[in-house]
Design a protein around this ligand. Structure first.
Ligand code: PLP
Length: 394
C-alpha cells in the first residue's frame, strides 16, 4: 500500500492547545533544559494528593474484588451521594437523575453527542475550555462564543440574545471558569436561565471547580434552576484531587423538558459499558469522608492567587483580573511585541523556560492577546516564575 489512509476531516481538525503546546517544551527538555510547566490544570501533578482515606477506599475496592464492569449508570451508592451533593447546592434530584462517567470529559462528549446535530449552534462563554468547541465540531455543530465581562464575572446577556438563532440548541456555562476564573453570581445565572427558557435551549453547566472559590461562597445554578432544562457536569479531578482516576458525572435537573435526553443519553453510557468501577468507591469516600483537605487546598491556592495577581499587575505590559475561583489567571498582554499571543508564549518558553498556554487556544475571538497560567505550583516556584516573566517583559 503506497498511500496513507485518510482520516475524517472532523478528527484532523481537533485541537487542544493546553496539551498541543507541550511538544515545544519537550523539544527544549530533550536539549537539556529544565522547563517550568505552568500549563496544565492538574493539581496532582503539582504535589497535591487525594487524602489517605480516599486512596484506601480505592485499594479496598480492588482487594474486595470490585474489578468488574459496574452498572452503566454507575454504582447506586455513589449516584445517591452525588444527588445529595447537588441537592445541597439547590437542586432537588434523586440517584436516578445521576449518571457516573469517566471524567467530565466523557460526560461532555455524551451530552454534546445527544444534543447537537449537523449545523446546530451552541453558545459558549468566550474564552472557553477547548474541548467544548472540539466536541461540538466533532458532531458537526458550530460553537458560538458570547462575551463575558471577566473582571466583574458577568455574562453579556444582550450579546447572548443577539447570537441566538433558530439553529441554537444549547447554552454552555463554566462557572468557576477555565481559563478566566470568573464565577457567575446568582442573578446572572437567573438571567441566563430566563434567556434559555425563552428560546427552548438546554443549559449545560460545568461546575467542576465548584468548591474552589476564594472570595465568596459558591452559588451554583442549582439554586435558580427551578424546573428548567439544566444539565450539570461535574467530577472529581479538581476539588477532590483525583484527576488521573478519571471519574465524573452528569446530573439532570428535574425538568419535563429533559425527558427525551434522559431516555436516550443512557444508551451512550451502555455502549461504553461503565465508568471505572473501583474508583467509584473512592469517589464515594471523597464525598462522605472528612472534607478538611478541600478547605486546606483552597486556602493554599488563595495565597498563590494573591501572589500571582499582584506580581503580574506590577509588570509593565500585563494586566490581570482577579480570578474568583479555579486555579488559573488569564492575563492580557498589552502592546504585544510579538506577532501573536502564541509567539509570546513560545518566546517566554524559549527565553525563560516557562510554559504557559496562548489565549487564542481558548478561542480567538476573546482569547487572543492573553495567556493562561496555572497557579498550582508552590509559592517558591511561583515567585521564581514571576521574576522570570518580569524580566521577560522588560
Ligand atoms: N471541564 C473543565 C471546565 C475543565 O477545566 C476540565 C479540565 O481542565 C475538565 C472539564 C476535565 O475534567 P475531567 O478531568 O473530569 O475530564
Amino acid at each position: 500500500m503506497s498511500q496513507c489512509l485518510k482520516v475524517s476531516k472532523k478528527v484532523s481538525g481537533v485541537e487542544y492547545a493546553i496539551r498541543d503546546i507541550v511538544s515545544s517544551a519537550k523539544y527544549l527538555e530533550n536539549q537539556g533544559r529544565t522547563i517550568n510547566y505552568l500549563n496544565i490544570g492538574d493539581p496532582v501533578q503539582y504535589g497535591f494528593q487525594p487524602p489517605e482515606n480516599v486512596k484506601q477506599a480505592l485499594i479496598d475496592a480492588i482487594k474486595k474484588g470490585s474489578n468488574f464492569y459496574s452498572a452503566s449508570e454507575g454504582i447506586q451508592e455513589l449516584r445517591e451521594a452525588i444527588a445529595q451533593k447537588e441537592n445541597s447546592k439547590g437542586l432537588s434530584i434523586g440517584a436516578d437523575d445521576v449518571l457516573v462517567t469517566n471524567g467530565v470529559s466523557e460526560g461532555l462528549d455524551m451530552v454534546i453527542s445527544s444534543v447537537v446535530e449537523e449545523g446546530d449552534e451552541v453558545l459558549l462563554p468566550g474564552p472557553y475550555y477547548p474541548p467544548y468547541a472540539s466536541y461540538i465540531r466533532l458532531r458537526g455543530g458550530i460553537p458560538v462564543e458570547f462575551a463575558v465581562d471577566h473582571a466583574n464575572s458577568t455574562p453579556d446577556i444582550d450579546d447572548i440574545r443577539s447570537k441566538i438563532t433558530p439553529k441554537t440548541v444549547a447554552i454552555c456555562l463554566i462557572s468557576p471558569n477555565n481559563p478566566t476564573g470568573s464565577v457567575f453570581e446568582q442573578n446572572s445565572l437567573k438571567k441566563l436561565i430566563d434567556v434559555a427558557n425563552e428560546h427552548n435551549l438546554y443549559i449545560i453547566c460545568d461546575e467542576i471547580y465548584d468548591q474552589i472559590v476564594f472570595d465568596k461562597k459558591f452559588a451554583g445554578i442549582g439554586k435558580v434552576a427551578g424546573n428548567s432544562p439544566v444539565i450539570i457536569l461535574n467530577g472529581f479531578s479538581k476539588v477532590h484531587l483525583m484527576s488521573g482516576w478519571r471519574i465524573g458525572y452528569i446530573a439532570f435537573n428535574n425538568s419535563p423538558h429533559l425527558e427525551l435526553i434522559r431516555e436516550n443519553l443512557p444508551k451512550l453510557a451502555r455502549v461504553r459499558i461503565s465508568a471505572n468501577h473501583p474508583v467509584q468507591y473512592a469517589a464515594l469516600e471523597s464525598l462522605q469522608g472528612p472534607q478538611e483537605y478541600i478547605s486546606k487546598f483552597v486556602s493554599e491556592l488563595k495565597k498563590h492567587r494573591d501572589l500571582v495577581v499582584k506580581r503580574l499587575n506590577e509588570m509593565s505590559g500585563i494586566s490581570c483580573s482577579n480570578p474568583k475561583g479555579a486555579f488559573y489567571v488569564f492575563p492580557k498582554i498589552e502592546n504585544n511585541r510579538f506577532k501573536s499571543d502564541k509567539e509570546f508564549v513560545l518566546e517566554l518558553l524559549k527565553q525563560k523556560n516557562i510554559l504557559t498556554v496562548h489565549g487564542s487556544g481558548f478561542g480567538t475571538k476573546y482569547g487572543s492577546d492573553h495567556f493562561r497560567l496555572v497557579f498550582l505550583p508552590n509559592m517558591e516556584i511561583l515567585e521564581s516564575a514571576m521574576n522570570k516573566i518580569e524580566d521577560f517583559m522588560h
